[in-house]
Design a protein around this ligand. Sequence first.
Ligand code: IPM
Ligand code: MN
Length: 369
Amino acid sequence: MGSFDIVVIPGDGIGPEVTTEGVRMLEAVSEKFGHEFTLDEHPAGGGLIDAEGIAIRPETLERASQANAVLFGAVGLPKFDNDPGALIRPEQAVLGLRRELGLWANIRPVKAIASLTAASPLKPEIIDGVDMVIIRELTGGLYFGEPRERRIDKNGLREGVNTMYYREDEVARIAHLGFQLARERTGRITSVDKANVLVVSQLWREIVDEVAALYPDVELDHVIVDAMTMHLIKRPRDFDVVITSNMFGDILTDEASVLTGSMGLLPSASLGTMSENGTGLGLYEPIHGTAPDITGQGIANPLAMLLSVALLLRHSCGLGEEADIVERAIELTIDKGHRTIDLSDNEKKYLSTEQMTDKVLEEFKNLNV
Ligand code: IPM
Ligand code: MN
């Protein structure tokens, strides 16, 4: 029986609502399999800025770096969106965690669920069978490159600067991760860049090609990012593993979330350099964010969070079988027609966040190992 130390950061908006359900899922896993999860909850995000003037406490970063995993809800508050110049921002909590914990790879599986294709604005014949994994570089590129600053030029005009910077080893490790995953899947990988314009992308492409030479059994394609936005909605089935830089990955994964029917279904794992056995510290979060429009109503879809728990079990605890069973329970729940409001075709008939989790837990308890 394993024993695991997990830092839980519910955050803002619907973050706490879905995190509660994630914790229930962990408790159910503990009960069914006898593992022990020690949960240590920490505040972060807009709420903490209001209370203490910082987005995340230094001791939380320190504590998280010692843990097996971080389970993260969401951060952000509408008042900060209306104040883009605010120097202290809720997003710094998650950016700080990624950076301080060295979580350089963000893994976002995008899989269409047959019984839900009607919930997507795209035609079923386009999205049926979509099954891809987008790997986004997470601690470099435009998000972190230096210089990044506001400044005044010699004529007294205000300037804003960010720098898209990559060093070869940052690209190479993402490429290796992508090729290894492609090998386990269908043997195809797509690298997305803007090499027709950007020098940093020309380096990206060169390094990816060098790494590709070590994986002759994997078929590599390079696609330019603007074209990729089109291909993703016109022929999403053609993609399996996709690797890309931080900024492009941020944009493409939001777009890709539409393929599954609801953003409420997409989990993500942010991982660093893993140990020999393939596990290590990771941060797990649904990609839907804080959803201020439905905060406090108890109607948020918990499935992205529950799927994030599955990723946590697999990548940080080495509990692959347990993770499979969580995922299977979620699939069964959807197949049986249980729906939260975002997936329901009947405005009056839908389950609450808690009820939807109840259904998943019921399936989970009944599944045989
Ligand atoms: C994401 C989010 C974050 C990002 C924000 C909250 C900083 O949009 O995880 O995709 O831009 O990376
Ligand atoms: Mn994003």
